[in-house]
Design a protein around this ligand. Structure first.
Ligand SMILES: [Zn+2]
Length: 206
């Protein structure tokens, strides 16, 4: 995953750096805690210290994650009248034991919850669409273009060539529009996703 967010206008938001940084820190601390654990004996002060630190980092990550999700969700909701997104299954996400993946999945799930929350507040339409075929189908001609996870560009014989995630975003938008019974006028708004988002998030995450 290179970007946390890609939309049908080509806006992209990188995976926040704090997710990668915290992933390393959490891994290291988790190792230290298990190393210092003594089975069937009273735990040492070093164990308690390491465990406290691990808990503090977990708390820090969850605050940063929330901050990031809230800011991005508010920007996205304010930038359009209709927001469609992939209806990813949370159960599949929880099953994933890879730490890096699970941290960003949790962030994504939280982002989605805030999208729905702000959608209600600002009176915007939010639609979760089934993820099937959203990355395979060509957004220009609907042909199926098979790709592996590492194929970053969607290239179709119809001439369409664009970022894989952007192609998927266009398919998701089309699916979303068909779900809400779109009637022809532009239902989505201006392409003005807050550009200072990364800066403001990085500042508060520092
Ligand atoms: Zn095509």
């Amino acid at each position: 995953m290179t970007h946390f967010y890609t939309d049908s206008d080509g806006n992209k938001v990188d995976n926040p750096r704090f997710l990668r940084k915290s992933e390393k820190a959490l891994k290291r601390l988790q190792k230290r805690v298990s190393k210092k654990f003594r089975k069937g004996q009273p735990q040492s002060n070093n164990y308690k210290k390491a465990k406290d630190k691990l808990a503090r980092i977990h708390l820090k990550v969850s605050r940063q994650r929330k901050d990031f999700a809230v800011k991005l969700a508010r920007c996205v909701i304010q930038s359009a009248d209709l927001i469609a997104y992939e209806d990813l299954q949370v159960r599949n996400m929880v099953k994933n034991h890879k730490l890096a993946k699970s941290i960003s999945d949790a962030a994504w799930y939280q982002f989605r919850c805030w999208l729905e929350y702000f959608g209600n507040i600002y009176g915007k339409v939010t639609v979760a669409v089934a993820p099937q075929y959203t990355s395979i189908n060509c957004s220009s001609c609907s042909r199926q273009v098979k790709k592996t996870l590492s194929t970053r560009t969607h290239k179709c014989i119809c001439g369409a060539e664009l970022c894989r995630d952007e192609n998927a975003a266009l398919n998701i938008l089309a699916k979303g529009l068909s779900t809400v019974g779109h009637t022809g006028t532009q239902a989505w708004g201006q392409n003005d996703l807050c550009l200072d988002l990364e800066t403001s998030v990085n500042k508060s995450a520092g």
